[in-house]
Design a protein around this ligand. Structure first.
Ligand SMILES: Cc1cc2nc3c(=O)[nH]c(=O)nc-3n(C[C@H](O)[C@H](O)[C@H](O)COP(=O)(O)O)c2cc1C
Length: 356
């Protein structure tokens, strides 16, 4: 069986796969365009996107804006497919990046790491781009719907529901991460239920896209069967030629064993999943000391007390300097065993989906 389409209002992706935004340079124009060319939605991540700009320390806001604009334009040159941006709500320059993406006529904005309660206020034209909050509970879905409806008379075009097996920062308390009550399979029906009254009210679908630990075509089939309209996948896309990280970052995935996956207490106040290494061991053993904050990138960052700058550590990792940083990853990073093209990856997923 062929993959079904993923329909979000008047946008139709040929395959129901969104490549999740991976900040600090892991998903930029090259990866996003490659995914869009295969019929999925390719997502450029906004967090620290200006990391290679000469003025990233002196004028981070402007550096990020310029780099985001350029990455969207470059991606557009490489594809006619669907493109999104991922902009974390906790970024200090959330508003500027959202405005820039809208000016560049991006197709979708994905916003998580906080509730994007005011996102519709940036729209110039209703329905464009599609606004897609990333949530981790039915409660968050209902809260956003209620707020958007009361304040803006609109509702999200779709939701990404991110479960506890995802990579990077997680929307769960540490004790919830391994609790079966919070498994993606359990959260999905809860979110669909929470959205029911709103779907009835507006008489249109609010697609829910499942994310976190989805690795094979069989997984995709399973979540579509449970009621998801599509899936968002990230870890698997790190194992592609087109992923924008340095080869050493991808190698960290290839080398990772299951026991290397770990949960850290990120300086930004959320738990995060990463691949354990010497850098993280040193942090744990108290061998790192507080630093001067170079970027002021995250509103919730406790940089006065944090023993390292997470933005700098992730920049270093993206560039392949893993002795001075670490790789964020989903729980399935250890299953990535070779680097392939995005085309081959999508074909593999399609074949697995057909079998399932
Ligand atoms: C390296 C990496 C960086 C990530 N960066 C972001 C980010 O900047 N913003 C965000 O909302 N999610 C981020 N995520 C989460 C993913 O977009 C995605 O929802 C999640 O990892 C899906 O689970 P999977 O990796 O098991 O497929 C990141 C994930 C990884 C692995």
């Amino acid at each position: 069986m062929e993959f079904p389409n993923l329909t979000i209002g008047d946008l139709v992706a040929k395959i129901p796969i969104i490549q999740g935004g991976m900040g600090i340079g892991i998903s930029l124009s090259r990866l996003a365009a490659a995914v869009a060319n295969e019929g999925g939605i390719g997502v450029i991540a906004g967090a620290m996107i200006g990391m290679r700009e000469p003025d990233i320390r002196s004028n981070p806001q402007e550096a990020d804006r310029r780099a985001l604009r350029r990455e969207i334009q470059q991606a557009r040159e490489l594809t006619n497919g669907l493109l999104g941006v991922n902009i974390m709500v906790a970024l200090t320059n959330f508003a500027e990046l959202v405005t820039t993406a809208i000016e560049e006529k991006i197709d979708c904005i994905f916003a998580g790491a906080g509730l994007p309660l005011d996102l519709p206020k940036y729209l110039k034209e209703p329905g464009h781009p599609k606004l897609i909050p990333i949530i981790s509970s039915g409660r968050a879905a209902a809260l956003i719907c209620k707020r958007w409806w009361t304040k803006f008379q609109c509702l999200p075009d779709a939701f990404v529901l991110e479960g506890p097996l995802a990579g990077g920062h997680l929307g769960f308390q540490p004790d919830q991460i391994n609790d079966p009550k919070f498994a993606l399979e359990r959260l999905l029906p809860e979110v669909l239920e929470a959205l029911k009254p709103y779907v009835q009210q507006i008489q249109r679908a609010i697609p829910v896209i499942a994310a976190g630990g989805i690795f094979t075509g069989g997984d995709i089939a399973k979540f579509l069967q449970l009621g998801a309209a599509g899936v968002q996948m990230s870890t698997r896309f790190v194992g592609t030629d087109e992923c924008d990280a340095a080869p050493a970052f991808k190698q960290a995935y290839l080398d990772a064993k299951e026991e290397d996956l770990t949960i850290i207490a990120s300086p930004v106040g959320l738990p995060g999943r990463a691949i354990r290494n010497k850098f993280l061991d040193d942090v744990k053993e108290g061998k790192k000391v507080p630093f001067a904050c170079p970027y002021r990138c995250i509103t919730t960052c406790n940089y006065h007390e944090a023993p390292y700058c997470i933005a700098q550590a992730l920049v270093n990792a993206q560039k392949g300097m893993l002795t001075h940083g670490f790789a964020f990853s989903g729980q399935n990073a250890w299953r990535v065993d070779r680097i392939m093209s995005v085309k081959e990856l999508i074909a593999t997923l399609q074949a697995e989906f057909a079998l399932a």
